[in-house]
Write a protein that binds this ligand. Structure first.
Ligand SMILES: [Cu+2]
Length: 406
């Protein structure tokens, strides 16, 4: 696919007028095709998601919607396609091109208006190359991939092959600065750098290949990122650090936009999870055929109930666990030895459910998996699993007192 993608002198950037497509759909356009996909919706108040399986999808053939899509020819396998904060410049990084091609939004609209076409592809009109061209950055580097902007008229493009970030000026297309990175940079991130109002003080280069930079800890070594100060004319590297992966189109914003909106706890009185247990006194164990529902609470540093008997091999045990803490940064974890599901990490005021199907007779511990207090290691309980058909009654302890199950 890559070979086919890179063999032409020019490929296309597609300009899509989604409003035309919306209008077409609202007027009954498109064809429905059978499919199967899950539509998942998470609800904050129940701390859980519902899945609806949808069996139909609407398909739009763009050549049926006049004016919806135009192709802009762009040299040599464009990779990134980034629009500057003003909305005027569209940077198409031809991975194999000697120049960095920049299209003009206003020239594109004019070319559409004047029907400056150069044939079509797949029924989509191709705009004349010269008619949309804003300019080109000459010999910027090798292998341009992605561009972000500082909001002060400058663009920063990553070059995968020559391993560098290049700063250049919008409109004059001159290269202002270049800094080597270690190595093979893909995406980059300026906080707000792909928005209309960048916070253009810092830039993070995300590098795919590190080779000799860090300890050889396995067949794959860690990837790397580099933080630059871009407030001056020249970029200055502040920090070079190992990282995992190269997040695609990572975005950043100043911390003060996040801090006041950060969630501290889930309020217990707002918890509408159908299996929530809002006090230790309400904790209980209920059998329904071979299903056992354990309504459990957790608070520093114990579970309620904490000792359960009368579970049988072949039962399906649902632990509906509510964290009763109403204090910031006090999650508790829940795991059972022998469970084949993953553990739970439950935030203050939240309810989550874990399913356990005991396969063997014995006494099985369950325990908190998130260090919560000096007594964290003591935050545990036990479940006695009896053979299938056993007459051991279903009982449990609450605060040391034995209780018979419902
Ligand atoms: Cu805990």
């Amino acid at each position: 696919m890559e070979v086919n993608a890179s063999q032409n002198d020019k490929d296309y950037i597609a300009a899509i007028n989604w409003k035309k497509i919306e209008e077409y759909v609202n007027n009954g356009g498109g064809t429905k095709a059978p499919t199967k996909y899950a539509h998942n919706v998470y609800k904050d108040e129940t701390h859980s998601a519902t899945s609806t399986i949808k069996e139909e999808v609407l398909i739009i053939n763009p050549s049926d919607v006049p004016g919806a899509i135009y192709f802009m020819p762009t040299p040599k396998s464009p990779h990134g396609c980034d629009v500057d904060p003003s909305g005027e410049y569209i940077v198409g990084s031809g991975k194999l091109a000697a120049e960095l091609t920049v299209h003009s939004f206003s020239k594109m609209l004019k070319a559409i208006d004047e029907k400056k076409f150069d044939g079509d592809a797949y029924g989509i009109p191709i705009l004349q190359y010269e008619a949309t061209l804003a300019g080109a950055v000459k010999q910027p580097g090798l292998g341009p991939l992605h561009t972000e902007f500082d909001g002060k008229g400058n663009a920063y493009t990553t070059f995968f092959i020559s391993s560098e970030v290049v700063k250049w000026k919008l409109g004059t297309w001159e290269v202002i600065d270049r800094k080597p990175v270690f190595y093979s940079v893909g995406h980059l991130m300026i906080p707000g750098g792909n928005s209309r109002k960048p916070f253009g003080k810092y830039l993070v280069a995300m590098n795919k290949i590190t080779k000799d930079r860090y300890l050889p800890t396995g067949p794959e070594v860690t990837q790397s990122a580099q933080l630059f100060d871009i407030s001056g004319d020249k970029m200055e590297m502040l920090l070079d650090f190992p990282t995992i992966g190269e997040p695609h189109y990572a975005a950043g914003i100043p911390a003060n936009l996040i801090v006041p909106k950060s969630k501290k706890i889930y309020k217990l009185e707002e918890n509408k999870h159908p299996y929530a247990t809002k006090s230790e006194a309400a904790a209980k164990v209920v059998r329904k055929g071979n299903e056992v529902h354990v309504y459990m609470t957790m608070i520093r540093s114990h579970f309620a109930p904490d000792n359960i008997e009368g579970i049988q091999v072949g039962d399906k045990v649902y632990f509906h666990v509510t964290n009763l803490e109403q204090d910031y940064d006090v999650p508790h974890g829940f795991a059972v030895i022998g469970a084949q599901t993953s553990e739970l990490l439950i935030m203050p005021g939240q309810t989550e459910t874990n399913i356990w199907e005991p396969k063997q007779v014995g006494v099985w511990p369950f325990y908190c998996t998130d260090f919560c207090s000096a007594l964290h290691q003591e935050m545990q309980g036990y479940i006695r699993v009896s053979p299938k058909g056993s007459n051991v009654p279903l009982t449990y302890t609450l605060d040391g007192d034995a209780v018979d199950a419902e």
